[in-house]
Structures are given as C-alpha cells and as structure tokens.
Design a protein around this ligand. Sequence first.
Ligand code: HEM
Ligand SMILES: *[C@@H]1O[C@H](CO)[C@@H](O)[C@H](O)[C@H]1NC(C)=O
Ligand SMILES: *[C@@H]1O[C@H](CO)[C@@H](O)[C@H](O)[C@H]1NC(C)=O
Length: 514
Amino acid sequence: MEILTTFNLLLLTGVFLLYKWVNYKMNYWKRRGLLVPDTSSTKTLFQILFAKNSFADRVLILYRDLKSKGVQHGGAYITLVPLYVAMDLNIIKSIMQVDFQHFVDRGVFMDEKNDPISAHLFSLTGSKWKILRNKLSPTFTSGKMKMMFGTLVDCTKGLHKLMDKTNGKEVDIKDVLGRFTTDIIGSCAFGIECNSLEDPKSIFRQKGREFFDADLKQNMKNFSSLFVPQIMRAFKITLIPRDISSFFINLVKDTVEYREKNNVIRKDFMQLLIQLKNEGKLVDDEKMEAEKINEDENRITMDEIAAQAFVFFQAGFETSSTTMTFCLYELARNKDIQEKLRKEIIQTLDRHGGKITYENVHEMVYLDQVINETLRKYPPLPNLNRVCTKEYKVPGTDLVLEKGMQVIIPVFGIHRDPEYYPDPDKFDPERFTEENKRNRHQFSFLPFGEGPRICIGLRFGLMQTKVGLIALLSKYEFSVNKKTIEPLQFKGTSFIMTTKGDIWLDFKKISESR
Ligand code: HEM
Ligand SMILES: *[C@@H]1O[C@H](CO)[C@@H](O)[C@H](O)[C@H]1NC(C)=O
Ligand SMILES: *[C@@H]1O[C@H](CO)[C@@H](O)[C@H](O)[C@H]1NC(C)=O
C-alpha cells in the first residue's frame, strides 16, 4: 500500500512538473511581450507532420494573422521551440543586411564528420561559411555564366525533341521541366550528359526525385534535424540518405579523376571546382591576384567539391523548374501576357538571326518582368531562416533576441501582402516596371533572399529559367488543360513551394520554321 501511494505521489508530482515546464516553455513570448497568433500557438510535432495545409500556406496564415494585429514582429512555436517572426521590412533589412554579423547562420542541419556532403554552402556556419563563400563566388560571375551559356542552350534540343514527340497533346509540364533542369544541372555541375529528357528513368533524375519526394521517414529526419540536431549527431543519423550521398560522392570522384587522367576540359562548374582544388584560384581572376589571396589556403578538397556539386544540384534544379512551371501556368491562363512576351522573344531572336545568345537574353525586358512576377507570386522558398548568432536588440523596439534564437522571414506573406502588391493574387508583370519598382521597399521582393547570404546561384537560376522559357514560348502556344486541378494547391510538407497535383497544359506548335 505504502509503496503504491508513494509511487502515485511521485507520478503526480512528475506530471505536475512536466505540465509546469511545458507551460513555462509555451509562455516564452508572453514573458517577452510578443504576440503569438492563435494559429501558431498549438502546433505539435504531430500536427506539423500530418498537417493538411502546406508549409507555404502556414507561412501565409501566420503572416496575415500578425499583419491584422498591426505588429512589427511576432512569435511562434514549433513544438516547444520559440521562433521569432520578423514582419516590418526595415527590421528584416537590419537582420539580413545591416546587422548581418548577428545573423550569419541559417540553422540548417549539418554534420561534417559523418555526412560530409551535408557540409555545403547552404548549411555551413560562421567563418567556415564565409571562407567557402569567398572561394566559390568567382564561379558565379557573369563571365562564368557566359562561358557556360552554350552548355545550357544545348539542353534545349532535348526539350524540343520531347515536346515534338507529344505534339498536339497535353503535357505534364512540371515533369518535363524537372527533366530539363536536371539535364542542365547535371551537365553544368557534374559535367555529365544525364539524358533524363529522353529517358525519364535516368538514374540522375531518380536520385533527385528520391530526395525531394521524401517520405515520412525523411520528413521525421528533416524536422529532427531542425529541432533536435544533437540527437541526430549523437546517433550518427544522416539527413541525406546514405545511398544518395554515396551516389553523389562517387559520381564526383569518378568525374574528377576521369578529367584529370584524360585532360578533359569542359565549360562547367565542375571545371571551376577542380581548378579551385588544384590551383586554389581561377586562372582568370584578376581580383584574386590583386588581393593576393593565399592559394594554398584557398584550395578545396574532394569532399568539399562533392558537397558543393550536391547543393548546386539540390538548390538548382527544383527552384528553377518550379519557377518555369508556375510561369507557364500563369501564361496559359493569361493569353494576352503570353502573346506580348512571345512577341518580345521572337522579335529579339529575329534581330540576331534566330539564335539564343547570352546578350540577347538580356535584351528581353518584359521576360524579366514576367519571371519576377512569377517569383513574387510563387517564391520557391516561401520562408527564409536565420539564427541569431550574437545577442541582438531589435532596432526601434525593446526586444532583445538571445543567441541561438531562430528567426523566420515570411517571404510568401510579404509577396502576397496587398499593402505592397495591390490585388496580390493577380498576375501582373507591370508591377515590375522601373517606375513601379521605385515605389516599393527594396525588401518587399525576396525570392533569392538578401544580404551576404543571398542565393549564390541567382544569375544561373535566372539564366536557365529564361533559356527554358524562350525555348518553349518561341515554338509553342500554351493553354490550361482541364486535368489541372484549379485553384492550384501547394504540397504539404515540402520546404520548396510546389503543387500537389501535376500541372497539365495543352500546347500547339506555332510554325515549322521556328
Ligand atoms: C530560380 C532559381 C532559384 C531561386 C528562387 C533560389 C532561391 C534561393 C534562396 C531564397 C536562398 C536563401 C537566401 C537567403 O537565405 O537569404 C538561396 C540560397 C542558395 N542558393 Fe539558390 N535559388 C535558385 C537557384 C539556385 C541555383 C541554380 C543554385 C546553384 C547552382 C543555387 C544555389 C544556392 C546556394 C549554394 C545557396 C546558399 C548560399 C549561402 O548560404 O551562401 N540556387 N537560393
Ligand atoms: C528581377 O529580379 C532580379 C533578381 O532580384 C533582379 O536582378 C532584376 O533586376 C529584376 N528585374 C526586374 C525587371 O524587376
Ligand atoms: C528535407 O530536407 C532536405 C534538405 O534540407 C530538402 O531538400 C528536402 O526537400 C526536405 N524534404 C522534405 C520532404 O521537406
């Protein structure tokens, strides 16, 4: 008897303490005087993993909730972890740009020892990130883009071939463009012809899909990596499945060895990475000469090459292919905009003998506007992350962010905010005329992020998006097929904005001569 009561007492005390502790944790923002919208206060891990609405939708709901309360910033929780949500564009500018020194890291899981491929530019922290970013930046200059342009245009041949095979029929545009960008990144980052346009089962495409069409197990890992990274490291759980990481590491090693043995030189990222490995600099980098960069220190290792090639693949193919997909979908719905853009494309190409060149792509102003309006309406990363790396007093407020606090920048909410973009669901490229842009805050448009951690592949991403759209719009006319489920719905757990179902478009060839 006695033992039982003691046990009960202990149990009761335990439950009580647990309750107190959870309560304390869940009142973090209340203690700090920040508003937590109802929509985000009760999310448990279970609710997140099995959420009905997508990650992007949740960003939007959170943003609108805070916006309606007129606050400059707010708080949220995921399980018991508090997150700081920046709302005011000037605060966002301070975090991403002005006071970047306080927010160097992104808070993405990485384990250099057990999972070398996870130590890439997107996830690296502190000085390691800074050093690598400096080494890699020269591979993304406009000169390097120009050099790779031909490799990129070559991939449009496969695209045309595939479209022509299904002429007059409908097309699953997301799938076709996913294969197109896989081919591009495959040949520009890994230097191999991956042929997924012709062969949908190509191993490269499969490995790419496997990682993105992640299952529940991968989702659990993703969330664990965000909230209990210590456990991941302690048990040597890798975020990237072993078979995928060894596939990429071996692919890179084989490619590098093959090129070095056979003196093969190709115009791609891999070549630039090999140069960095062997010489510690890129031959034609005068800036580096001028700054007297220590070449020995600037060299990168084979593992580093593999990790970067992997992140170029990961960050490069899904973002650009969804941008092209959403763009063609909007153009299929807005025929007048499609016609106007086609006119610009065809006239520019005609001025240059029908060829797509690096220069004439940059003459297409309306194309730029159309793509930016697409990126506004559908930012591939609906949400940006930072971690407070040094205690920070938020300017214009009394709030002090502790070191380690996770910061959210709700890009999707900003992009659909009627204060910055009236009638925000309307697709209107005129928003991006020089004049209209001048009237907006610089930080109201963040598809590539901002500040020192801005997307390093911005130029390349825009370039491949433009080339793909030019190749398609100059030859085919698009309209929405009834198999497409409208309004579009975003997929549940993916961090990258993508649709739940396929997007089917009808298309027809314009003329044989093109
Ligand atoms: C339309 C295409 C693309 C979009 C919309 C996009 C978007 C983004 C965004 C929003 C970020 C985070 C920025 C921040 O936190 O401030 C990012 C980072 C990054 N992106 Fe992209 N991206 C695109 C294409 C590419 C391509 C083609 C590559 C590589 C070839 C690439 C490589 C990276 C890398 C390495 C980072 C991490 C940079 C760092 O932390 O220093 N991206 N991207
Ligand atoms: C579109 O966005 C890109 C990237 O932010 C920028 O460099 C470009 O100037 C923008 N163009 C227009 C027309 O807004
Ligand atoms: C899991 O994380 C990886 C890397 O951060 C990401 O590419 C992938 O899309 C995530 N998977 C899901 C289902 O969110």
